[in-house]
Every structure is written in C-alpha cells, then in structure tokens.
Design a protein around this ligand. Sequence first.
Ligand SMILES: Nc1ncnc2c1ncn2[C@@H]1O[C@H](COP(=O)(O)OP(=O)(O)OP(=O)(O)O)[C@@H](O)[C@H]1O
Ligand SMILES: [Mg+2]
Length: 237
Amino acid sequence: MLLQVQDIHTYYGQSHVLQGLSLEVGEREIVSLLGRNGAGKTTTIHSIMGLTPPRAGRILFRGEELSGQPPYQIFRRHIKLVPQGRRIIPSLTVEENLKFALLMVRSDPRRELARIYEQFSVLQERRNQKAGHLSGGERQMLAIGRALLGKPALILMDEPSEGLAPIVVREIMRIITEVNERGVSILLAEQNVKLALETADRHYVIDQGRVRFSGSGEALRAHPKIMESYLGVAARS
Ligand SMILES: Nc1ncnc2c1ncn2[C@@H]1O[C@H](COP(=O)(O)OP(=O)(O)OP(=O)(O)O)[C@@H](O)[C@H]1O
Ligand SMILES: [Mg+2]
C-alpha cells in the first residue's frame, strides 16, 4: 500500500472530528472519499498532509511514518494537494502560479513547466493571463497542473468538481483519469457519488468522522441504505 491511514483521531480544539478513521490507497489506484457537508473529508486530507495533525493514530506513506512531520516535508515526499476551492493566486499569471509552486519542488523548473504545458495545452495558451481571469474549469486544471509539479506519487483532491458546470466536471474527471493512467495514485474527496462511482476503483463513505462503508463501486451500488443515510442519494426501488 502507498498510503495507510490507521485509526486517526483529529480535533479542532475540544471538538473530536475524526473518530478512529482508517483508509488505504494503493499504487496506481483512484480511491474516493465520499461524505456529505461536514462529514470530515477535508479534515482527513488535512490530517494526511499534516495541516491538522491527528492526536492519535498512524499515517504511513510507503511504510514510513508521516505523523509528526511538518506539511512542507510531506509535500516533498511526493504527496500533493489540490485544495478545496482550488486556492490559486488570482493576481498572478498562470505561469507565475506554477513558478511559485515550483519553489517547493526540487526538479529542474524548466523541464517541469514544459511537462505541465505538454499535458495541459490550455495552460500554455493562457500562461500570461492572470489566473483570476480563468474559467472555473481552467482554474481547476491549473490547480491539478500545479499539483503535478515534481511528479508526485499521490495527489489528494478535495472536491475538484465543486462549483463546476456538469460538462466541465466531465472534462476534469477525464483529466483525473488521465493523470492516474500516467502513474499517479489519487484520493478523491467528493460529494458527487455518481462521479466517484464513474472515476474511482474503490470507495470509502464517511460520516461524522468515521468510515461507514468501504468497498467497490459494485458493493456500494448494492447498498442503497448507505447511499441514502450517509450521502443523501435517494435509493432506487
Ligand atoms: N477550523 C475548524 N474549526 C472547528 N471545526 C471545524 C473546522 N473545520 C471543520 N470543522 C468541523 O469539522 C467537521 C468536518 O469538517 P470538514 O471540513 O472536514 O468536512 P467536509 O467533509 O470536508 O465538508 P464539505 O463537503 O462541506 O467540505 C465539521 O463538523 C466542521 O464543522
Ligand atoms: Mg471539505
């Protein structure tokens, strides 16, 4: 396993948000993390990155302990984040956004930029435009391109479809699948169950900071009660 999250407990002050959560992501897998608003998806991702360090439990990357390491070191160990709401810098151009992120990467910056532009021709076309002038889909592409700098083994994506029109969501999902086919494992936090079922190999459904279901798409489809109770998806008769 590439990533092993074992029985983590994460708090905001007194508030016990993740209550013994465990999950795994294998080499070359797309794994979904499904849950409603406030279920704990972002907190799980931030716990893995060391942004909200768990008070108990273990997080292993390629068998090595991540817990206790600062976020910048976790970044450098080839786990990248596509944060909820994208968090690009609107006043910088596309290329400046990428160059800024390249400060955190050890690889040759010119080669890295060329690689990202080769993969995302839109970013190359728009490289001198302010990121704030990009469409929602282009911003998401920039956030994904930025995460690919330095060839990470694993990318944590926090609701990449949020706020995008359905046709743009399709394009982003196609990109995510393509990124995965090039050898990157992905943990995909989503509220959009349909999308997760189409994109991911395996699924975790969380609610109130605990895993309520884990398994294949087939198994999830066979559990309409899980979908109804924890994801708000109406069970089909
Ligand atoms: N900074 C914070 N301080 C206190 N409580 C927080 C903080 N961030 C999140 N929480 C609480 O922790 C719980 C989990 O929130 P989290 O953001 O992880 O959910 P989520 O699944 O990512 O939701 P969403 O789909 O809305 O992004 C919620 O009850 C939320 O109110
Ligand atoms: Mg969230």
